[in-house]
Ligand binder design. Structure first.
Ligand code: ADP
Length: 159
């Protein structure tokens, strides 16, 4: 069975992330969506909230599992004996960051391979931060993320 691990903050998940998962499903039998706490970023939703939200989004998908990443991705992959990491590429701005990370990961764990998928052009500029900004300013984000996520976001950002 081919397993792909898709790590990210998912704070919150958007149609950009879902588009990458949809593409990865063509290549992998199972996808583990791995919710990570990046030390640098300040998150709006807690790890637990993000995990629960993702579980709700994927509740009807048997091939998608949600897990939390504690520590290094390279170690997680080694421990679980998994090889493939899935990442998404947006406009060129992602390239340098992703290039650095996949190169470092390869140093830390020689078995790891990172697979990149390009998103739909309409999601090229979509990220979780811009979504939070729009909702914070009471704008509509209906076309960018699942309804249940939008509701949770509105609730969270309620003054
Ligand atoms: P991270 O904090 O690791 O950047 P994100 O949740 O922001 O986590 O993103 C996880 C992965 O999903 C990254 O590879 C990112 O490039 C990709 N991604 C996020 N939004 C989009 C999008 N709109 N289109 C394509 N890929 C995306």
């Amino acid at each position: 069975m081919k397993v792909g691990v898709y790590p990210g903050s998912f704070d919150p998940i958007t149609f950009g992330h879902l588009d990458i998962i949809k593409r990865a499903e063509k290549l992998f039998d199972e996808i583990i969506v791995l919710v990570a706490d990046s030390g640098k970023k300040k998150h709006l939703f807690s790890l637990k909230e993000r995990k629960e939200m993702l579980e709700e989004v994927f509740k009807n998908k048997k091939n998608i599992k949600v897990e939390i990443l504690h520590g290094l991705l390279a170690e997680y992959m080694k421990e679980k004996e998994l090889v493939f990491v899935v990442r998404g590429l947006r406009a060129i701005s992602d390239f340098e960051f992703e290039f650095q990370h996949s190169t470092i990961n390869k140093e830390l764990n020689k078995e790891m391979e990172t697979v990149f998928f390009m998103t739909e052009p309409k999601y090229f500029y979509l990220n979780s931060s811009i979504i939070k900004e729009i909702v914070g300013l009471k704008g509509s984000v209906r076309e960018f993320l699942p309804e249940l996520v939008e509701e949770k976001l509105k609730e969270k950002l309620k003054p």
